[in-house]
Design a protein around this ligand. Structure first.
Ligand code: BES
Ligand code: ZN
Ligand code: ZN
Length: 503
């Protein structure tokens, strides 16, 4: 989709379709819609007064102007109740309007930016463009039939009336485009099947991003990981024929900026290994690399936004498959940290590969480590598929994540990490085991990871629920969601703006 900005007023602008917004039962019209209404001799206000358009949240309606305006058509989109409108709802409205217009088969949309409440034009544009781009995302790479019938919007034109507003709109648009493209890239990676996205594909993607954005990238092969002592990562990788990759990316390397490490679980397919999973929905385990996808997306966006931070992205990438060479329940592994782990289930592989990645991240002495992983089904049971499980060892860092969550609408909820939970993973034969009882499954996963971060401020995001969804949401089609990208980028933006004189 091509996005651009024009200076002009909606009522005077000649185009295929004008997108306008209205509150539910407004006492009077405000902003661009009011000017259009005036130019149209009160046609829109009559329509609204007669209840032919109620303005309910997400409601959309097409109207032909029949020459009354330079625009050929108008789509009215409902904002719902004025007092309930926030940026999250704006994203949803923009998405629903985009989907509605796409289904009409119209390829060009013009949308005047209207101020609302205390939000600047910049923030509003950001929300609108984010909702529009994320809501109209489609994964059709592998469809060959009826391709010519596929509907797509080609152009989105944003209208600003003054030079000042045009500048604000430009800033909001740039940011939203960078971040939304990163989300869509992460979605593509999660949606693509495991015969298409392998550990090598993730490594190639990392190299591609690195080349485009001028990052450093290093890809360790399995024998190098083995020589280094990554016994847990290597054990998981052993069962698969597909070469495993340990990917390390660095943005602003060697600069005296705050260092933050992002770690993403990159299991490109999780069969469970010898502790094999049931067949039902095993196909969804192609998305078990969603943490890795989020890290790739966040690094790409952070680099494009030129955030003043030193960022390291670490992605242990492998398949988890059963075979004659696969690791087995009862095996004892020596992790990179030196600690030993008894394997109870080969299906708790995420925490194993992450343990070595977390230990590896300590060499950067970062100000924070954030890991993202589709780690436990238990987290989905606890919180559902709307919410990310949030764990950590550092109150200020946890708060930062919660603040970023509120701003982006990517919901997080904190779960405890008390010492007592270590009891569950004590082992008779090794330092600890990779699985406890069924109780507190998401917490046990997190407490296991905690053993590998020493005293560095660390947050673990269990994205097993929201990474891949079966029912669409206002601006998230079903399938891979790219969850975590927007949350991470917001956190990094907040971090860099609150910390102008780092380290
Ligand atoms: N990748 C799964 C977790 C998962 C489940 C992600 C559902 C997305 C949706 C993970 O590797 C796994 O299998 N975890 C086990 C852990 C158990 C053996 C302690 C689980 O959740 O059952
Ligand atoms: Zn598993
Ligand atoms: Zn897994």
């Amino acid at each position: 989709m091509d996005l651009r900005i024009e200076k002009g007023s909606a009522e005077k602008f000649s185009c295929e379709l004008l997108l306008l917004f209205s509150f539910q039962s407004p006492s009077s019209l405000e902003g661009p819609i009011q000017k259009v209404d005036q130019a149209w001799n009160g046609f829109l206000s009559t329509l609204i007064e007669q209840n032919d358009f109620k303005g309910e949240l997400f409601q959309c309606r097409l109207i032909h102007t029949q020459g009354a305006l330079p625009a050929k058509r108008v789509v009215l989109a409902g904002l719902g109740k004025k007092e309930e409108l926030d940026l999250e709802k704006w994203r949803g409205v923009a998405s629903k309007a985009g989907q509605f217009i796409r289904e009409l088969g119209i390829k060009q949309v013009t949308c005047p930016i209207q101020p609302f409440k205390d939000e600047s034009e910049e923030e509003l544009t950001d929300a609108l463009v984010t909702g529009f781009l994320l809501g109209t995302y489609q994964f059709d790479e592998f469809k060959t039939l009826d391709r010519d019938k596929a509907k797509k919007i080609d152009d989105l034109i944003l209208l600003g009336e003054t030079v000042e507003t045009v500048q604000q709109i430009q800033r909001g648009l740039n940011r939203a485009q960078i971040i939304s493209n990163a989300v869509c890239m992460a979605r593509d990676l999660a949606n693509a099947p495991s015969n298409n996205v392998t550990p090598s594909t993730l490594a190639e993607k990392a190299k591609e991003i690195a080349k485009q954005e001028g990052l450093d990238v290093q890809v360790l092969e399995l024998h190098e990981a083995e020589a280094m002592g990554m016994g847990a990562f290597v054990a998981v990788a052993k069962g698969s024929q597909e070469p495993a990759k340990f990917i390390v990316m660095e943005y602003n390397k060697n600069q005296t900026l705050d260092t933050i490490v992002l770690v993403g679980k990159g299991i490109t397919f999780d069969s469970g290994g010898i502790s094999i999973k049931p067949a039902d929905r095993m196909d969804q385990m192609k998305a078990d690399m969603s943490g890795a996808a989020a890290v790739l997306g966040a690094l790409q966006a952070a680099a494009k936004l030129r955030l003043p931070l030193h960022l390291v992205g670490i992605i242990p990438a492998t398949e988890n498959l059963p075979s004659g060479k696969a690791y087995k329940p009862g095996d004892i592994l020596k992790t990179l940290s030196g600690q030993t782990v008894e394997v109870i289930s080969t299906d708790a592989e995420g925490r194993l590969i992450l343990s070595d990645a977390l230990t590896y991240s300590l060499r950067y002495q970062p100000r924070a480590i954030i890991d993202l992983a589709t780690l436990t089904g238990a987290c989905v049971i606890a919180l559902g598929d709307y919410v990310i499980g949030l764990f950590g060892n550092d109150e200020p860092l946890l708060k930062k994540v919660e603040e970023a969550s509120i701003k982006t609408g990517e919901k997080v909820w904190r779960l405890p990490l008390w010492e007592e939970y270590f009891e569950y993973i004590k082992s008779d034969v090794a330092d600890f085991k990779n699985v406890g009882t069924r109780a507190a499954g998401a917490i046990i996963g997190a407490i296991f990871l905690r053993k590998f971060v020493e005293t560095i401020p660390w947050v673990h995001l269990d994205i097993a629920g929201p990474a891949f969804i079966e029912k669409e949401r206002p601006y998230t089609p079903k399938g891979g969601t790219g969850v975590g990208v927007r949350l991470l980028v917001q956190l990094l933006r907040d971090w860099s703006s609150s910390n102008p004189n780092p380290q």
